[in-house]
Design a protein around this ligand. Structure first.
Ligand SMILES: NC(=O)c1ccc[n+]([C@@H]2O[C@H](COP(=O)([O-])OP(=O)(O)OC[C@H]3O[C@@H](n4cnc5c(N)ncnc54)[C@H](OP(=O)(O)O)[C@@H]3O)[C@@H](O)[C@H]2O)c1
Length: 291
């Protein structure tokens, strides 16, 4: 089936590993979906696609794009390529994230976690918005974390130069993703929700109940009591991507069963959402589409 005839053309960032990869594999099982795997390098993307095909993908409905989020030039160029290669793009899942042991700067001079988890997605989404709007109803799903409510933004030290602690910076980056999603949701309200924007929490589960899933992941964020289940999270994410409910539901924080959750109080503060949006627009000004 030609890509334009498929109901969904879905980009998943960070789909060469973990929940992004499993979600891509699950989505590719359905001929209605065209799945674009995003990864940092061409090699990782090709390896992922080979593996998904070997494990039984039946339809010719997967492709990839390599974009290194530590370079905003790469993000801007990649976004342009996505819009021209996939004019039917109507769903973006912002899933790529890192947790860095030590602080270091990207080629653009921003702190690595801040840029990969938040700023790169800010640039990517802003550049893809016209394509998503053309393919209305479009949807954006931003992968959040309950850790977003653990912290607040340190406005005088956005690049964590004065203090760097890996969990703190990760939590802040997830709070920023939350703020970005809600700011974008408000902008989309002005278009009559041509594109819906929601934040999704992939959740955790108690270790002992973790036996039924295809993949498990004891990541840096796992504790002795809880573990991140890739299989369950991907299952929930696939439902969110395919559910007709998200054609109209927007501005919500959802768990992996689609149930609404309460966002942290900073995340729902409109002044903070707008403040972050304008800070990000300043930092990324050379990489946004000029209006
Ligand atoms: N793991 C957990 O315990 C947990 C819990 C709750 C929520 N989450 C959230 O769920 C999402 C997926 O987590 P996960 O554990 O499945 O992720 P993961 O397995 O660590 O995969 C991360 C993905 O991000 C990509 N990535 C890393 N650096 C990049 C860069 N510079 N440019 C472009 N892509 C880059 C990786 O590509 P490469 O393979 O090429 O490096 C990979 O595809 C994240 O948003 C995470 O915060 C995770």
């Amino acid at each position: 089936m030609p890509i334009r005839d498929r109901p969904r053309t879905i980009l998943i960032t960070g789909a060469t590993d973990g929940v992004g990869k499993q979600t891509a594999a699950d989505l590719a099982q359905h001929p209605d979906n065209f799945v674009i795997i995003h990864g940092r390098t061409k090699e990782n993307c090709e390896k992922t696609i080979d593996q998904i095909r070997r494990e039984g993908a039946r339809y010719d409905n997967i492709d990839y794009i390599a974009i290194d989020f530590t370079s905003l030039d790469s993000v801007a160029t990649g976004a342009n390529q996505l819009s021209s290669r996939y004019p039917s793009l109507n769903c973006v899942v912002c899933n790529a994230a890192v947790l860095q042991q030590r602080r270091h700067d990207t080629i653009d001079g921003y702190e690595h976690t801040f840029q990969v988890n938040f700023l790169a997605h800010f640039v990517l989404l802003n550049r893809l918005l016209p394509t998503l709007e053309q393919n209305s109803p479009g949807r954006i799903i931003v992968i959040g974390s309950t850790l977003h409510s653990w912290t607040s933004i340190e406005w005088t030290d956005l690049q964590a130069e004065q203090e760097y602690e890996k969990y703190l910076q990760f939590s802040r980056s997830k709070l920023m993703c939350h703020l970005m999603a809600f700011a974008l949701h408000r902008r989309m309200a002005l278009t009559g929700f041509k594109v819906t924007v929601n934040v999704m929490d992939l959740g955790r589960e108690k270790r002992e109940t973790n036996n039924n899933y295809k993949f498990r992941c004891a990541s840096a964020l796992s504790t002795s009591e809880s573990v991140f289940s890739v299989g369950r999270s991907a299952g929930g994410l696939v439902q969110m991507i395919e559910s007709p409910a998200l054609d109209t539901l927007s501005g919500k924080y959802l768990d992996c069963h689609g149930k609404q959750m309460r966002s942290g109080s900073e995340a729902t503060d409109e002044r903070l959402q707008e403040r972050l949006w304008s800070e990000a627009a300043k930092l990324a000004r050379d990489h946004l589409i000029k209006s």
